[in-house]
Write a protein that binds this ligand. Structure first.
Ligand SMILES: Cc1ncc(C[n+]2csc(CCOP(=O)(O)OP(=O)(O)O)c2C)c(N)n1
Length: 534
């Protein structure tokens, strides 16, 4: 006989209601025995999905990626103590890469077992920490959502005990506060307009803020009006389509693109976050006009003028004063070719470059790429023509390994019709391999491509450069196709000499998750890095 379902846990239900009200569709995590159970129950009743992952790190990355691509908060639930601690890396990603995330941890503990100050643990990587209680929880939760969603976006962390989650809230549930939209000060716009008017050869460096709302369109119109080159940060790949005549390549923050930036007489940062510039001296002399959505940490360079506000509105206000620059199409094309040459990977057999070029040729229209951290990343991004914002998902500010697969799962859940391709090193995949079972359980339409060189190649190169002995960077890699097959995922192993094209076609035609384990060469990475970074 069916037992009657228990009455809704009230604070938990109020939390779920607010999440639904701001557009949240799913939560990620691994429940502990406490408040997460009440939240999952309330979510189930309210029609909000709960995605059970294999690690809290992957859950937090999935939530952060969901927050980035949807512009609504990603939500993570964890248990107390170890569950909460395991989420830190994904929350650090959300913090450094400006993604709105709400993390609800069970706790605080009432006894020494599994007890530590969870608010203190998350303080360095969240915008707000707190504890939800029945008497103020609904209001504080509304405030937490607003904090996560106020530019610069970021994660918030809230403790919630099982008892509090199931207690009735006091007072009415407040609506989520309206989010502020700062207007750019007119004086700054005047100075920005004067800099633009004085420039004959401006260059635009587009950053991660340029991916949101109306910013990509505004960027394209500015690039067209100025007829100037645009470099995109890794995360901004696709904000100006790779096929656009103004697209000059990636901003890697290194010597690769120095020549074209040095040829410019004005550097326009368009939504660039300081985290996207690798540490070191700013080598360029020209004045910098910084157009940004939110005040952030100090840039490596003091801008001549900074305008803070909605990027589309700022660009719209500056548009009437823009005139065609002196750049020629030939100069921009030469820069694009030089960048491709700098990034060319000269290895043997299958390499990251040959593999991703083949994947790009075979990929279904509109496919999205996710990429992990490691030596394979440079060639992957260079070989993939991103045609739209979020066409590429990457951990850049944190540059965490174990990212490409969870990010691909988040993408597949949010946009099931869009095929997503996760390119990863073997080291990075082995950090999150178990999430293949999540992809299988959710029937995600994704293909993992492993550039399997049985080494932590990026670290291997650095070790070799320092002329240290080869220790601690190589291992015998397992047969990853066999591992994936055992988890219910269709998988292939591509050996040197095998034709990868038919395998890619089959994998991309499949509806569920697939994995291609490419036995690849690491030759050429060291030389490539020297050309890229000097
Ligand atoms: C979680 C995490 N641990 C360690 C690092 C440091 N790290 C950066 S790249 C790298 C090696 C990556 O190896 P692999 O995934 O096999 O890719 P490859 O460099 O061989 O292409 C390491 C250890 C990191 N970025 N993230």
């Amino acid at each position: 006989m069916d037992r009657a379902a228990p009455a809704s846990p009230l604070l938990a239900a109020a939390i779920v209601d607010q999440l639904k009200a701001v557009g949240v569709k799913r939560m990620f995590g691994i429940p502990g025995g406490g408040s997460s159970l009440a939240l999952i129950e309330a979510a189930g009743r309210a029609g909000l999905e709960f995605i059970l992952t294999r690690t809290e790190t992957a859950a937090a990355i999935m939530a952060a990626v969901t927050g980035e691509i949807t512009g609504t908060p990603g939500v993570v639930l964890t248990g107390i103590g170890p569950g909460a601690a395991s989420a830190v890396n994904g929350i650090a990603y959300a913090h450094l890469e400006k993604s709105p995330v709400v993390l609800i941890t069970d706790g605080p503990a009432s006894a020494p077992h599994q007890a530590f100050d969870q608010n203190a643990l998350f303080a360095p990587v969240t915008k707000l920490q707190g504890r939800l209680r029945p008497e103020n929880g609904a209001a504080e939760f509304a405030q937490a959502i607003a904090t996560a969603m106020t530019p610069p976006w970021g994660p918030v962390q809230l403790d919630l005990t099982a008892g509090d989650a199931s207690a009735p809230v006091a007072g009415a549930t407040p609506p989520a506060p309206a989010l502020p939209s700062p207007a750019p000060p007119a004086t700054m716009l005047g100075k920005a307009g004067a800099l633009l008017a004085a420039s004959r050869k401006p260059i635009i460096l587009a950053g991660l803020e340029a991916r949101h709302r109306g910013a990509p369109g505004a960027l394209g119109r500015m690039a067209d009006a100025l007829a100037c080159p645009v470099l995109a940060s890794y995360k901004a790949s696709g904000v100006l389509p790779a096929s656009h005549p103004g697209f000059a390549g990636l901003f890697t923050g290194a010597v690769a693109e120095a020549e074209i930036i040095d040829a410019a007489d004005l550097i326009i940062l368009f939504g660039f976050d300081p985290i996207e510039i690798i540490p070191g001296r700013w080598p360029h002399q020209s004045p910098v006009l910084d157009l940004c959505a939110a005040p952030a940490a100090a840039l490596a360079v003091e801008p001549t003028c900074r305008v803070i506000g909605d990027l589309a509105k700022i660009a719209g206000a500056l548009a009437p004063g823009l005139t065609r620059s002196d750049w020629t199409a030939g100069e921009i094309d030469t820069a694009r070719r030089a960048m491709a040459e700098t990034l060319a990977l000269r290895g043997f057999g299958h390499t990251a470059q040959t593999t991703v070029e083949a994947a790009a040729r075979a990929a279904p229209a509109g496919a999205r790429l996710t990429v992990d951290a490691g030596a394979h990343m440079f060639s992957t991004l260079a070989a993939w023509p991103a045609e739209e914002p979020f066409g590429v998902l990457k951990s850049n500010g944190l540059s965490t390994m174990g990212y490409a697969l969870p990010a691909a799962i988040a993408s597949a859940l949010e946009e099931p019709a869009r095929h997503v391709i996760g390119v990863t090193g073997d080291g990075g995949l082995l950090m999150c391999l178990a999430e293949l079972t999540t992809a299988v359980a959710q029937d995600c339409r994704l293909t993992v491509i492993v550039i399997n060189d049985a080494a932590l190649s990026l670290i291997d190169i650095k070790q070799q450069r320092q002329q240290y002995g080869s220790r601690g960077v190589r291992y015998a890699s397992p047969d990853l196709a066999a591992c994936a097959g055992a988890m219910g995922c269709r998988a292939w192993r591509v050996e040197p000499g095998d034709d990868i094209a038919p395998v890619l076609s089959e994998a991309f035609a499949a509806n569920g998750p697939t994995l291609i384990d490419v036995v690849a060469s690491a030759d050429g990475y060291g030389d490539q890095l020297t050309r890229l970074r000097g």
